[in-house]
Design a protein around this ligand. Structure first.
Ligand code: KIV
Length: 271
């Protein structure tokens, strides 16, 4: 007799409850169906369809070139691969910083066409009206502060943000504004651990850190980095669990050798 296991989906409410009871939240990025299935089976709470797809999937230097259509394609693929994880998708650069109507339309397209559960936007008070409009439509929004890669041309560097008092004060103000606007969580990227601790303790909604220390309510990593697929990228905050780039290169070399030597396919590997 087969017993069908009922898998309960992680919701934005469940994410907020995790903070309330002191349970850390796990998030990884994902960009395709097959990886999403593996991450979901591994029990990750949230799969972020990050615009880092521009870097690790498409090979661009920054996240700026990726389009809404590209992001919807990745997000829909991830959605089809998950049963349990909450699927959160980035809106790409240029789709939500302008008019409120355009931001709203982009968010609605992402929800309708990719079947995700929430969206993430980079920025604070400057985009708060657009965030409120999206939330009013019933779309859960996750904020993103600190190193916001869509602003790399303003920053000029991927170095740690908010080390100076003025930028730290602005970040704290932005975090409160995002909470008041109704965001369900905030990603804090590459800021001092002490600042992330202060922000996390001051908010009711969870913070998810990347390079922001151990006091955040959860952690996120780019899956390609964490699996060792991204060659020669080892920032201090990264814990690399596998070395897949090397494993794949080795497996490829073995396959090539097997084909060249006519070892593959053998008698059991043909019809
Ligand atoms: O796009 C992305 O992968 C992200 C994470 C770095 C948080 O926004």
């Amino acid at each position: 007799m087969s017993v069908n296991k009922i898998i309960k989906r992680v919701t934005t409410t469940a994410i907020k409850e995790m903070k309330a009871r002191g349970e850390k939240i796990s998030m990884l990025t994902g960009y395709d169906y097959t990886m999403a299935r593996a991450l979901d089976e591994g029990g990750v709470d949230v799969i972020l369809v990050g615009d880092s797809a521009a870097n690790v999937v498409a090979g661009y230097e920054t996240t700026l070139p990726i389009t809404l259509d590209n992001m919807i394609y990745h997000a829909a693929s991830v959605s089809r691969g998950t049963q349990r994880a909450l699927v959160l998708a980035d809106l790409p650069f240029g789709t939500y910083q302008g008019s409120t109507e355009r931001a709203y339309d982009a968010a609605v397209r992402m929800m309708k066409e990719a079947n995700v559960h929430a969206i993430k936007l980079e920025g604070g008070v400057e985009i708060i009206a657009n965030i409120k409009q999206i939330i009013h439509a019933g779309i859960p929004v996750c904020g993103h502060l600190g190193l916001t890669p869509q602003s790399i041309n303003q920053f000029g560097t991927f170095a740690v943000r908010a080390k100076e008092e003025a930028e730290a004060a602005k970040l704290k103000q932005d975090a409160l504004a995002l909470q008041e606007a109704g965001c369900f969580a905030i990603v804090l990227e590459k800021i001092p651990a002490a600042l992330a601790k202060e922000v996390s303790e001051s908010l009711q909604i969870p913070t998810i850190g990347i390079g922001a220390g151990s006091h955040c309510d959860g952690q996120v990593l780019v899956v390609n980095d964490m699996l060792g697929l991204t060659k020669d990228f080892k920032p201090k905050f990264l814990r690399q669990y596998l070395n897949l780039f090397e494993d794949i290169s080795k497996a490829t070399a073995q396959y090539v050798a097997d084909v060249k030597s006519a070892d593959y396919p053998n008698a059991n590997e043909q019809y």
